[in-house]
Design a protein around this ligand. Structure first.
Ligand code: NAI
Length: 467
């Protein structure tokens, strides 16, 4: 009976651990298998959380170096202690991973350490070193996440050629830092090392950064990062990355001119996307179907081709975001418990935690055009927002897209200070089916950055007050 569960979740990342807690709350006998040694998955151990620690600390350092003096905070002897900064980051990670263990105990979730492998529809075998233990479960949830993608012929050594994991643990500030891929990871980690003193060059295959993002935001984002010292080489297809003693040589071809170029750097970050982690689970033998991109196929109820085996998070389609995985984890737990769990994929916010932050939810202008939806645009720049002005953080703007006829908000795209927090209000408004006028008529505290949202909503009807 001890090894018999209602739900076994393979993977203890944001999708898996949240699913486990919700399942246990609903009275299901739940276990979560994790092989990493700590809970929290990529996000907590080597992703979202440690990167946010370094983003926050590097921003403070950068401000102290560049802005404080001019703002009347004078001091001498400012010094970077990278070891201490890394230790601070590691401590935050440790506290948070332990926090999940505590939540498991509190909710009576059994935490099984080891690698889980599917054996049959109701059996999971867990390998931990030499030890092999079998467990039975009425339901199984695959929440194994993803790992970094690489390019053909290039090997990540996590020393000189690093993935996000290595980029979070460099021992010194590289003089020249090349980032392959102008996506979320590249721009966040590029920001960290740029603020700490590296010359950052981003090589991006496409003719713009952050693919899939509203184009106006993405080009403003690139302008702001360029002003901060980033160098961008767009239309650049990286063809090889080679260790050359102390340096790394990156070769790339211009997609338009076919010209080849080679540049050297101390460290190279490969951030060209992530791939679902499905190896060693026994999926093929079990007959669990995958799509062309190697993601596990699921139906609306997140069931795989075997109906008591579910999959959530980065191993299935959709944005590879922790909060999307969490929503799916909760939905699956509720579905297993006989409730109507569901995820609204139209309203999943995305945030790039650079400075300024970029935050988006809903449709982009490009998507609305493609879908032939008539829309109105309301925009408001942070330079006209009093709080942003007094804080000397005036880069960026808020853009609200609303249906031309019904005024319903279809998408919100922002670049500016604190937008990563402000996007929650927009997601909530959209969940409630708000119109731009609803937002415009909602009283927003003064002076706050959130007034930029209210003003953008007013601007949809061409009646912004401060611009
Ligand atoms: P990404 O998909 O966001 O960006 C990868 C970039 O690499 C793309 O712009 C692509 O065009 C480019 N690329 C691909 N092949 C290339 C080549 N040969 N040469 C040059 N450029 C090339 O992937 P990224 O940044 O690695 O992030 C992985 C996942 O993690 C994403 O799904 C992202 O959403 C998620 N993530 C989210 C964060 C957040 O929410 N703040 C932070 C970090 C990651």
């Amino acid at each position: 009976m001890e090894n018999n569960f209602d739900v076994i979740i393979i993977g203890g990342g944001p999708g898996g651990y949240v699913c486990a807690i919700r399942a246990a709350q609903l009275g299901l006998k739940t276990a979560c298998i994790e092989s990493r040694g700590t809970l929290g998955g990529t996000c907590l151990n080597v992703g979202c959380i440690p990167s946010k620690s370094l983003l926050n600390l590097s921003e403070t350092y950068h401000k102290a170096q560049k802005d404080f003096n001019a703002q009347g905070i004078e001091f001498t002897g400012l010094k970077l202690n990278l070891d201490k900064m890394m230790a601070n980051k590691n401590k935050s990670v440790q506290v948070l991973t332990k926090g999940i263990e505590f939540l498991f105990k509190k909710n009576k979730v059994t935490y099984i350490k080891g690698k889980g492998v599917l054996f049959s529809k109701n059996d999971v075998v867990v390998y931990e070193g030499e030890k092999k233990t079998s467990y039975k479960s009425k339901n199984i949830v695959i929440a194994t996440g993803s790992g970094p993608s690489t390019l053909p012929g290039m090997e990540i050594d996590e020393e000189n050629i690093v993935s996000s994991t290595g980029a979070l643990a460099l021992k010194e500030v590289p003089k020249n830092f090349i980032v392959i891929g102008g996506g979320y990871i590249g721009l966040e980690m590029g920001s960290v090392w740029s603020r700490l003193g590296s010359n950052v060059t981003v090589l991006e295959y496409l003719d713009h950064i952050t693919p899939g993002m509203d184009k106006e935001i993405s080009s403003e984002f690139m302008k702001i990062l360029t002003k901060q010292g980033f160098k961008f080489k767009l239309n650049s297809k990286v063809t090889s990355v080679k260790n050359k003693g102390d340096q790394v040589e990156v070769a790339f071809t211009n997609n338009e001119t076919s010209e080849e170029e080679k540049i050297l750097a101390d460290k190279v970050l490969v951030a060209v996307g992530r791939k679902p982690y499905t190896e060693g689970l026994n999926l093929t033998k079990m007959g669990i179907k995958k799509d062309k991109q190697g993601r596990i196929e699921v139906n609306k109820k997140l069931q795989t081709s075997i109906n008591n085996i579910y999959a959530i998070g980065d191993v299935i389609k959709g944005p590879m975001l922790a909060h999307k995985a969490e929503e799916e984890g909760i939905a699956v737990a509720e579905i297993i418990a006989g409730q109507a769990g569901h995820v609204n994929y139209n309203i999943i916010p995305g945030v790039v935690y650079t400075s300024p932050e970029v935050a988006v939810v809903g449709k982009t202008e490009e998507e609305l055009k493609k879908e032939n939806i008539n829309y109105k645009v309301g925009k408001f720049p942070f330079i006209a927002n009093s709080r942003a002005k007094v804080n000397n953080e005036t880069d960026g703007f808020v853009k609200i897209l609303a249906d031309n006829k019904t005024d319903r908000v279809l998408g919100v795209h922002m670049i500016g200070p604190h937008t990563g927090d402000m996007i929650a209000e927009m997601a909530l408004a959209m969940e409630f089916g708000a119109s731009a006028e609803d937002i415009a008529r909602t009283c927003h505290a003064h002076p706050t950055h959130t007034e930029a949202v209210k003003e953008a909503a007013l601007a949809v009807d061409k009646r912004a007050i401060h611009f």
